[in-house]
Ligand binder design. Sequence first.
Ligand code: UDP
Length: 328
Amino acid sequence: MKLLVTGGAGYIGSIVAQQLLTDGHEVVVLDSLARGHRAAVPDGARLIELDLLEADALRDAVAEGFDGALHFAAYALVAESVARPELYYRNNVVGSLNLLDALRSAGVQRLVFSSTCAVYGEPEVIPMDELTPTRPVNSYGASKLAVDGMISDECRAHGLGAVSLRYFNVAGASGCLGEDHEPETHLIPNVLRAAQGLQDAVKIFGTDYPTPDGTAVRDYIHVEDLARAHVLALDGARPSEHRIFNLGSGDGYSVREVIEAVRTVTGLDVPAVEAGRRPGDPPRLVAANGKIRAELGWAPTKSLTDMVGDAWRFAQQRPHGYAGAHAH
Ligand code: UDP
């Protein structure tokens, strides 16, 4: 298939693009490079440098025709979304609306969308299935939920076949591709930076949660397991339907358990300091992944140790991320 990958210069988009190329598809990456990295665009993918807010140029670019689109391009920093909601609604919601317009006018009939468990906010029942009430507690989650709603309506009105994947905590690396955000807010890369001496100590945000060791529990999923779900989702898109799946490993690990896993994998001392809770962080988020297992035949294959090990390899290869990397 000839596939459009928006945000294909970002962490997850680039790794899915790489997977699609390996599977023999033709891949066109569309990315503004505002937050993506030219060096992350896999060899063999064509890059169109374009912002989704440039509606006319976007329509022209998509007009060449595609068998399907995978939509990753978005801003994804929770704290920033709270401080600057307008940025998130414009970039994530208006950008996605422009993309839907462009896909419709080009007759593209399949879409896979990168949604998030942040649409559920602070759920009362764990593990969380797809019927969990959607009550986002930040503008990032709200912007992704708005796009899920737009996609449902697009499917109903115009026959698009779409799949939204609601990611839990994506981690790890794949080949020479990995996670490089500025600022880096995610736990595993920050613990690795502390292990490497690139930052003083990792902060443990909150030690008084109602969890076994007092630190927050999250469901970490290896980015390669996540990428495979996109391939299945593309096949599973059905005309006029919007299928929504939670995508997590189903296992929860605390912040302390993650730090311990990094100590074990790296053999290094990891300085850690206890700090207050980060505003808006729920105590536990763990996926019920029965729906995607049953309907798409997906199952996770990688452990927390695999995720930390692969992220560690990437951190050693690129201690300063993609900066200064040779562009393709
Ligand atoms: N966390 C932490 N120190 C850090 C980064 C994150 O203690 O430097 C905690 C955070 O409070 C949350 C968990 O680790 O409970 C995962 O955070 P991350 O930002 O990786 O993902 P989120 O769950 O917020 O999407």
